[in-house]
Every structure is written in structure tokens, then in C-alpha cells.
Design a protein around this ligand. Structure first.
Ligand SMILES: *Cc1c(COP(=O)(O)O)cnc(C)c1O
Length: 380
């Protein structure tokens, strides 16, 4: 049997929507993008949504729109995809890592205040695997120290915490529509915010800082435009939006199926002495399912699962130990032991709506066999 690590969920209806747009004259940022932004902001109950070309672009523009730049410090987590901290470096600021909670792998709010300096301008939490960070606590710390909060919400579109959703307790929340995320257009991203001024800045900044978009110029008679600030070329196209619109309608169903699969995995692994699991609350968006195995056996287990035809991944090896970060910032092993432990022990298993029950059972059987076999083979 072969079980893919990931299968996207693009349907025939989604494809039909894209073909319809391709038959129309206007392919860049226009009506479909506006419609997707409207529905996305309604889904999260936020005032504004701004479609861009990637999650990385969403993070980059958020930092710029909130005036974070050279010499500033941004507090974030080393347990994430490096897009999070790379975006901080793009604007000339310094990523300040701190350790994560052992239970969830999310940034540990208890450690934030000790890292705040006069240079600190922002906190950038990541809702790892779909589990929301404690946003109430993070907002409280941010308000006390006059900091902004930018959420890396790439894993967590559907997440809930008490009555709050993404974008409610932050200045901006950033999303990605990369293929392994819960809805996809190949490459794409989006920012939500409740701040009118920030939204207007983001809309200009995604298109070179122009005062009028091509759509605004196309819809009516030609009008001169101005360039008010230095922006980038990060605007979402109508083709991308057309692919996403119908997926958004089904987002809760897709999450429900992932949740079911996670519950089956948890039931199967919870009593295995060689497997540790992170916690997920009922509000988790359940984007990824990971297990933690003894770190000296992680790589042999990864190889065995792949030999059995199972697609696996590592999300993530702690960022501060990647060569570029170690070299540039003098980070070293031992600084963030919880993140390092997760990074050394974690394996991500297949999780997506198209995964069948039969495939899930096959993965469970092979994971148990690999974990048990490797523990027997190695001394101690
Ligand atoms: C996918 C991802 C991103 C980046 O999104 P892109 O659309 O690939 O640029 C950022 N942060 C996290 C945590 C991600 O998983």
C-alpha cells in the first residue's frame, strides 16, 4: 500500500470556477479577489481581508504596515516554518526566539516578558499544527508593554479559543494557501485586520504602493494614479481567488474529517510507551498530526515508514539550529530545550480529508511496528 503524505482537496467544482474566470478578460486582482476577501473576513468575523501571493508575503507586509523595521526586535518561536522568522529579517528587524510549551509546542507566554527590551516592537506567535496560542495572555502582555501582535495563522484558519478567532486579539493575522494548508490555490496568502488604516496600507503595499489598482483603473475610465509609498508585487490574482472561493464554503467539513482522523490516531497511540503526543483542544484546527518518538530512533523510524510506502515529514527542526540562524545570531543547542526536544523527536503523519479509514489503519499498524522494532534493536 502507498499512503501519500498529502493530497490537496481541489474538487471538480473548484476547477470549473477557475475555468470560468479564465474565460473572462480580467485575470489580475479584481472582482473574485474582492469576493474572496469579503467571505474570508465574514468567516472570521474580522473587518478587513487582503489577498496576497503567499503566507510569507502576508507576514512581510504585516510587519511593514505596522512600522517594524531596522533595529527593532520581534519575539517569536523557534518551532515553526522559517518563513515566520525570515519575514522579520526581511524588514531589518531581529527575531528573538524563546522556548515553547511542552504540552503544545506553542510559544510559552510565561517566557515573553523576560525577553522584552526597549527595542521590542512586536510579538509574532504561531498557532502550531492548528492549536491556538493563549491569545488573551499574549494580548495582555502586548498591551502592558505597548507592542503589536502579528499572528502566523498558516496552520489554523478554523481554530477557536473560547469566543475568539484569529485576528480578534491581534493587529493582523496571516494565512497561507500553500498546498499542504487547509485550503489551497497552489501559492497564496491573506491578511486579516480590524484596523482601517492598516488595511488601507496593506492594500497599497501589495501593489507597489499605487493609489489605484489595475481593477479600479479598468472598471472605470482611465485615471492617473500616484505612488504613495514603496510597496511590493504581492497582489492575489482572480485565478487564485476563484480556486479558493468554493473551498472556503466547505472548510468546516474538511476540518471535521481531519479531526476524526486525529482522534483515531490518538486512540491508537495514547497507550504506546514509545510514543508521546502533544495536546490539542477541541478548538484546534487540526492541520497536522505529529508523534514524538525517542530522538535517537526518529530518523530510522522515518526511513522505515517511507520504505513501507508511507509519506512522512518533520515539522519542524528548531529554527535556531539551522546553519544560517546559528551563524548569523550565535544561537546554539541547549538554548531552547523544549523546542529542541520536539525538533529531534517529531514525525508528522499523513492527515487530509481524502485519507481513507483503511489508509489510516495501515499507517497506525506500520508506525507501531516501526517504533517497537527500533526500540528493541537499539540498546538502552
Ligand atoms: C506555510 C507556512 C508559512 C508560509 O506560507 P507560504 O504561503 O508558503 O509563504 C508560514 N508559517 C507557517 C507556520 C507555515 O506553515
Amino acid at each position: 500500500m502507498k499512503v501519500e503524505f498529502y493530497k490537496h482537496n481541489v474538487s471538480e467544482e473548484d476547477i470549473k470556477n477557475v475555468v470560468e474566470v479564465l474565460r473572462k478578460p480580467f485575470l489580475s486582482t479584481g472582482k473574485e479577489v474582492e469576493e474572496f476577501e469579503k467571505r474570508f473576513s465574514e468567516y472570521l468575523n474580522c473587518r478587513y481581508a487582503v489577498g496576497v501571493t503567499s503566507g510569507t508575503a502576508a507576514l512581510h507586509l504585516s510587519l511593514l504596515a505596522l512600522d517594524i523595521g531596522t533595529g527593532d526586535e520581534v519575539i517569536t518561536t523557534p518551532m515553526t516554518f522559517m518563513a515566520t522568522s525570515n519575514a522579520i529579517i526581511y524588514v531589518g528587524a531581529t527575531p528573538i526566539f524563546l522556548d515553547v510549551e511542552p504540552k503544545t509546542g506553542n510559544i510559552n507566554p510565561d517566557l515573553i516578558e523576560a525577553k522584552i527590551t526597549p527595542e521590542t516592537k512586536a510579538i509574532l506567535p504561531v498557532h502550531l499544527y492548528g492549536e491556538m496560542c493563549n491569545m488573551g495572555r499574549i494580548r495582555e502582555i502586548a498591551d502592558k508593554h505597548n507592542l503589536v501582535v502579528i499572528e502566523d495563522a498558516a496552520h489554523a484558519i478554523e481554530a477557536k479559543q473560547e469566543n475568539s478567532r484569529l485576528g480578534h486579539l491581534s493587529n493582523t493575522a496571516c494565512f497561507s494557501f500553500y498546498p499542504t494548508k487547509s485550503i489551497t490555490c497552489g501559492e497564496g496568502g491573506l491578511i486579516v485586520t480590524n484596523d482601517t488604516e492598516v488595511a488601507s496600507k496593506l492594500k497599497k503595499m501589495r501593489l507597489h504602493g499605487m493609489s489605484k489598482s489595475a481593477w479600479q483603473r479598468y472598471e472605470k475610465q482611465y485615471q492617473h494614479w500616484d505612488m504613495e509609498l514603496l510597496g511590493f508585487k504581492y497582489n492575489m490574482s482572480n485565478i487564485q481567488a476563484a480556486l479558493l472561493l468554493n473551498q472556503l464554503e466547505h472548510i468546516e467539513e474538511y476540518k471535521q474529517r481531519r479531526k476524526e482522523i486525529c482522534q483515531r490516531y490518538e486512540e491508537a497511540f495514547k497507550d504506546d510507551p514509545n510514543i508521546r503526543l502533544l495536546e490539542a483542544s477541541s478548538g484546534s484546527a487540526r492541520l497536522m498530526f505529529t508523534i514524538l518518538v525517542p530522538s535517537d530512533k526518529r530518523d530510522p523510524i522515518l526511513s522505515e515508514l517511507q520504505e513501507e510506502g508511507i509519506g512522512v515529514a518533520v515539522n519542524y527542526r528548531a529554527i535556531h539550529l539551522l546553519s544560517y540562524y546559528k551563524g548569523r545570531y550565535d544561537y546554539h543547542r541547549g538554548m531552547f530545550p523544549v523546542a529542541e526536544d520536539i525538533g529531534d523527536s517529531t514525525i508528522t503523519l499523513p492527515l487530509y480529508p481524502k485519507l481513507t479509514d483503511e489508509e489510516v489503519e495501515y499507517v497506525i499498524k506500520k508506525v507501531k511496528k516501526a517504533v517497537e522494532g527500533k526500540s528493541g534493536l537499539l540498546p538502552q
